[in-house]
Design a protein around this ligand. Structure first.
Ligand code: XMP
Length: 518
């Protein structure tokens, strides 16, 4: 792999993704990693990420000096660039000239160094720094500068050391991806060989080795991660796998059919559907508190899954092949953010897909543990899964249950399902699916307002549209949808959905509002 050393900002994941977009496998490691640990991973190159500190401050994250003596091609970015400069004998200073955001850079490289090869002399780069490299280390050639940063990029071909002060991993740096690709392919000579086909082959071999002839179960939620992890395991072990799908009655229109028909047709997976609609709706009767609803849905989900599990265990025991494994769709960001087993701080413990119980007696099979979401989608496509599943926007585990403000009833779910289907249909027809992160459609079941329809007065419920744009759901902004699309959705919902006589638009960012209403 190429190791991306994380100096504590949010950039390491982005860098790791960009390296993979260049068809080179990458892994994120903490900056506390030792030279021996690096060597043990057998890397083909190293990228030092940006970070929030000043290199000369006491306690600033440092790099084991031995790492730069391993003879590995290394690219330093922003803080990583400064760490490199300082450790190799250059000078980093607080110049008082800060640069933030889009900045004009001049490529001064006269000798056509590989790092900025093929790039124009004047370009826009994305900067975010207070300190600067005042003097490049001995043996380094300066490749670029800006108005306030004389050393904005450098290279030492002999040692395979390269660095840029700007952030090539962000899209605002005009030729950013090319800097990363030049480093990997031209400067470090790393071939572009990593792709989803290899990942599938490698994971299939790994799953077969882990599982042997035992049986495996998997919980399908209809979401991307569980759909792809299940399909991968099925590819590896065929009918040793049984997938369980719980219909809790809080699904959107067509979702059950999508899993039962389209997904099964595409994969050939052995599927057990648990129809738990009555159980869930009975348990939710009379409850309108959001947290209580979430708890009930989580609890009933585990119950339904455990029941299915008992039945399958009994069946498996009868033919002598016990169930030993459970598939989980854990992704790489979850692994990195939970410390990744490398001793970094536990920022956020990942929650189980579908809220499965933690004390299950199974060993986990997690074939997506090294992958980012967009890679998971690509693998799903390669495995032939329907686009409606692999391209799906996020949808919360508790489903429509937390999109009805008020008590959840069968009638209300039907109304919301219709309104939601109309909104989704129109957004798709307008080609807006890629622009929005997701668009919750919420029924304010306890609110009524007066309207007029035909010749009569109506007294119905409002539907809220909550279109949001986001990178990661941690923060979000409301999406400025075209008025004609909003008008069409509003017209159709008020005409086609009984008891809904008003459609309103949520124009709140997150924070302060969360994406979901409950
Ligand atoms: P909030 O409402 O917290 O939502 O801004 C952030 C993202 O998480 C989704 N979400 C959930 N996903 N189980 C899930 O699997 C849940 O209980 C849950 N609650 C919210 C939400 O749709 C958004 O994408």
């Amino acid at each position: 792999p190429v190791l991306v050393v994380d100096f504590g900002a949010q950039y390491a994941q982005l860098i790791a993704r960009r390296v993979r977009e260049a068809s080179v496998y990458s892994e994120i490691v903490p900056h506390t990693i030792t030279a021996a640990e690096v060597a043990a991973k057998n890397p083909v190159g190293i990228v030092l990420s940006g970070g929030p500190s000043s290199v000369y401050e006491e306690g600033a994250p440092a790099l084991d000096e031995g790492i730069l003596e391993l003879g590995l091609p290394t690219l330093g970015i922003c803080y990583g660039f400064q760490v490199m400069a300082r450790q190799l004998g250059g000078e980093v200073a607080h110049t008082g000239l800060r640069e933030y955001g889009a900045t004009a850079a001049t490529v001064t490289d006269g000798s056509g160094n590989a790092l900025l090869d093929g790039q124009p002399g004047a370009q826009t780069v994305w900067m975010s720094h207070g300190d600067s490299v005042a003097r490049a280390p001995e043996g380094f050639e300066v490749l670029a500068s800006t108005a306030s940063t004389p050393v904005a990029a450098f290279a030492n071909d002999e040692k395979g050391f390269y660095g840029v002060q700007w952030h090539p991993e962000v899209k605002h740096s005009e030729f950013g991806q090319q800097v990363i690709e030049n480093f990997l392919h031209k400067a470090a000579g790393i071939p572009a060989e990593w792709n989803s086909g290899n990942v599938i082959a490698e994971q299939v071999a790994r799953i077969r080795e882990q599982v042997g002839s035992a049986r495996v179960i998997s919980a399908l939620s209809g979401g991307v991660d569980s759909a792809v992890s299940t399909a991968l395991v099925h590819e590896a072990v065929g009918d040793q796998l049984t997938a369980v799908f719980v219909d809790h009655g809080l699904l959107r229109q067509g979702e059950r059919e999508q899993v039962q028909n389209d997904y099964v047709a595409a994969t050939g997976v052995r599927l057990v559907t648990i129809d738990a609609v009555d159980i869930f709706l009975d348990a939710l009767a009379g409850v309108s508190d959001p947290e209580e609803k979430r708890k009930i849905i989580g609890r009933e989900f585990i119950r339904a899954f455990e029941q299915a599990e008992r039945d399958l265990i009994a069946e498996a025991a009868a033919d002598g092949q016990p169930i030993k494994f459970l598939v989980q769709g854990t992704l790489y960001p979850d692994v990195v953010e939970s410390g990744g087993g490398t001793g970094t701080a536990n920022i956020k413990s990942h929650h189980n897909v579908g809220g499965l119980p933690e004390d299950l007696q199974f060993e986990l099979v997690e074939p997506l543990r090294t992958l980012f979401k967009d890679e998971v989608r690509q693998i799903g496509r390669d495995l032939g899964l329907p686009e409606a599943i692999v391209g799906r926007q996020p949808f919360p585990g508790p489903g429509l249950g937390i999109r009805i403000v008020g008590e959840v009833t069968r009638e209300r779910l039907d109304l919301l399902r219709q309104a939601d289907a109309i909104a989704r249909e129109e957004l798709t027809a307008a080609g807006l699916d890629r622009e929005i992160w997701q668009c919750p459609v919420v029924l304010l079941a306890d609110v009524r307002s007066v309207g007029v329809q035909g010749d009569g007065r109506t007294y119905g419920h409002p539907i809220v549209l909550r279109p949001v744009s986001s990178e990661d759901a941690m923060t979000a902004d409301w999406t400025r949808l075209p008025y004609d699309v909003l008008a069409k959705i509003s017209n159709r919902i008020t005409n086609e959905v009984p008891e809904v006589n008003r459609v309103v638009l949520d124009v709140t960012s997150k924070p302060p509002g969360t994406i979901e209403w409950e």
